[in-house]
Design a protein around this ligand. Structure first.
Ligand SMILES: Nc1ncnc2c1ncn2[C@@H]1O[C@H](COP(=O)(O)OP(=O)(O)OP(=O)(O)O)[C@@H](O)[C@H]1O
Ligand SMILES: [Mg+2]
Length: 231
């Protein structure tokens, strides 16, 4: 019954020079197909945890394993390669490149991974169609609404078929209707088997999309509750 772990944090701490540990001996296993919401007050360590999982930051102690790779032990180049192959990321403010078209933004991860342009273009077209924004393929992101931009960011995150999708406040900059669209999208991806970890202040997102809600407080796991996503 138990599927393979996609994420394994073991005794993970992250300390900065000043102040208490941003993350304090956290252990957490996320299995394939789970959709986990990370919630907790501002400053509790949610983004810190996501960045450690993505290899964007290194723990002060403990080990981070993602899809069999010891992320905490990678070099900078190795960590960039790891992210291209294994991680899709979606952020609050989309992080799209404004001087590339929507299609080129979506294709970028494939090009960086060395995928041929034809294959990348086909996959980008499929993703944009699946997300209902293919008509904007040749537009520049600046012309799109927030909800549409977030769909482009999701398409880009899925370009290389990552085993893990990480999202940090994906509805944080959206009006409620666009936020609902993004939640529905996360739900569809989960239904398709995508493993997802979403950091959010939005408890309705946790309730609507997650099969498990992990609450962080003061750098520690304060609660870890299994739920059933409402479909
Ligand atoms: N580069 C840094 N240097 C020093 N302290 C930092 C640094 N980055 C984060 N912190 C501290 O670590 C703690 C956790 O920050 P983190 O960004 O993970 O919180 P968060 O839960 O994501 O908050 P929010 O909900 O506001 O995004 C905070 O106290 C923060 O001030
Ligand atoms: Mg944060």
């Amino acid at each position: 019954m138990m599927s393979t772990p996609v994420i394994e944090l073991s005794g993970v701490s992250r300390r900065y020079q000043e102040g208490p540990a941003a993350l304090d001996q956290v252990s957490l296993t996320v299995r394939a197909g789970e959709s986990v919401a990370i919630v907790g007050p501002s400053g509790s360590g949610k983004s810190t945890m996501l960045n450690l999982i993505a290899g964007l930051d290194r723990p002060s102690a403990g080990t981070v394993t993602v899809d069999g790779t010891r992320v905490d032990a990678l070099s900078e180049a190795g960590s960039a390669r790891f992210r291209r192959a294994k991680i899709g990321m979606v952020f609050q403010f989309f992080n799209l490149l404004d001087d590339l078209t929507v299609a080129d933004n979506v294709m970028l991860p494939a090009e960086m991974a060395g995928t041929g342009r034809g294959a990348a273009r086909r996959r980008a077209g499929e993703l944009l169609a699946a997300l209902g924004i293919e008509r904007h393929a040749r537009a520049y992101p600046g012309r799109l609404s927030g909800g549409e931009r977030q769909r482009v960011a999701v398409a880009r995150s899925l370009m290389n078929r990552p085993p893990l999708l990480l999202a940090d406040e994906p509805t944080g900059a959206l009006d409620s209707a666009s936020g609902e669209d993004v939640k529905a999208l996360l739900n569809e991806l989960h239904a398709d088997g995508q493993t997802i970890v979403t950091v959010t202040h939005d408890l309705t997102l946790a309730q609507a999309c997650a099969t498990r809600t992990v609450t962080i407080a003061d750098g520690r796991i304060a609660a870890d509750v299994r739920t059933e996503a409402v479909r």
